[in-house]
Design a protein around this ligand. Sequence first.
Ligand SMILES: Nc1ncnc2c1ncn2[C@@H]1O[C@H](COP(=O)(O)OP(=O)(O)OP(=O)(O)O)[C@@H](O)[C@H]1O
Ligand SMILES: CC(=O)N[C@H]1[C@@H]2OC[C@@H](O2)[C@@H](O)[C@@H]1O[C@H](C)C(=O)O
Length: 365
Amino acid sequence: MRCLTAIGLMSGTSLDGVDAALVRTDGEKILSHGPGLSLTYSPELRARARDLLSRAATLSPEDPGLRRVERDLTLRHIEAVQILRQKTDTVDLIGFHGQTILHAPERRLTWQIGDAALLSRETGLPVIHDFRSADVAAGGEGAPLAPWYHAALLREHEGPVAILNIGGVANVTLVEADGSIHACDTGPGNALLDDWAFLHTGTACDVDGALARSGSVHEDILEPLLADPYFSRPAPKSLDRLTFQRAMTAVSALSPQDGAATLVAFTVEAIRRTPLPRPPAAWYVCGGGRHNPVLMEELERALPAPVLPVEKLGWNGDDLEAECFGFLAVRALRKLPLSAPTITGAPSCLTGGRLTCSGLVPPAF
Ligand SMILES: Nc1ncnc2c1ncn2[C@@H]1O[C@H](COP(=O)(O)OP(=O)(O)OP(=O)(O)O)[C@@H](O)[C@H]1O
Ligand SMILES: CC(=O)N[C@H]1[C@@H]2OC[C@@H](O2)[C@@H](O)[C@@H]1O[C@H](C)C(=O)O
């Protein structure tokens, strides 16, 4: 099967910006991945996008405020594509995740905003988007979708190995020695800590764990948070960015430092309790959370196996999710599965994604 060059675009739950990356693949083997880049959103756009999350359940797709956010986010994605295109000879297609504003698979709902027609028209490229709906419609969680990509990258690697993504929400993929894949969202990632840091310092995150490092964990607050039924549920399972928002109320009376330390402990303890069929021999960490040294140190303390950044595997932990959606775009085009029963709980291995070619003759790949 011919290899294609895709640009993957991911706007994650941290709402910090768009990640874009190149990947060359036939949908099964990865010939090369990277380079990538990140373009941040302005604080004003981030605030408007953040505001949609709590109102998404009652919003119409035609809501003017939502449409403006959708357009502004998409324009930033177009900029990212234009920059990345200069770093390669050809690009065949784009994998466009969009911005999740609502994820409620129990109600068969998952909503990623983004204007695929505008992206396709402005770049002149076919766009694969809407990666999660088919899985959710079939009764799956619709997330996480990175596991097929992790498994493809780990092809030559001895299992069982865990790839842990700590973004706004955290998710893990366990790839076993025989290549079988298990996955789920573990719990909060950085999102609560970001909100807490913003509230107390006005910065978008707890930079380098400065607050958390000088705080103490309040076990009396942590334990009730960990009593949430989510943590005793078997995998597969997934989360909305706001699922554990009540943790913000729980820590509200704490000092900025103690609140941050308790939220870091919440993320770490949720990861430690994740139900996996086998203990991994190592945890390789990707996503912005690996830049927080306090979070990484606490993970090392809590987990019985080595905790290492994915850079130890030669990967770029900031680009991985964007690469993943380029890879999934090629898989979608070839009708290969994006999910599986042990990944999202879908009844069978399902493909997904939709192709938009705005003003283009759909290319024969
Ligand atoms: N130097 C740093 N110190 C502390 N935290 C950091 C640092 N750099 C990045 N982060 C954290 O990483 C986050 C961004 O991570 P990432 O880009 O992986 O999230 P995302 O892709 O939006 O999330 P998701 O995987 O949930 O979709 C920031 O919001 C911040 O919390
Ligand atoms: C609904 C949604 O957008 N989920 C994201 C989110 O961010 C991390 C975690 O929650 C994961 O389940 C997923 O993203 C990654 C890329 C995934 O699908 O694998």
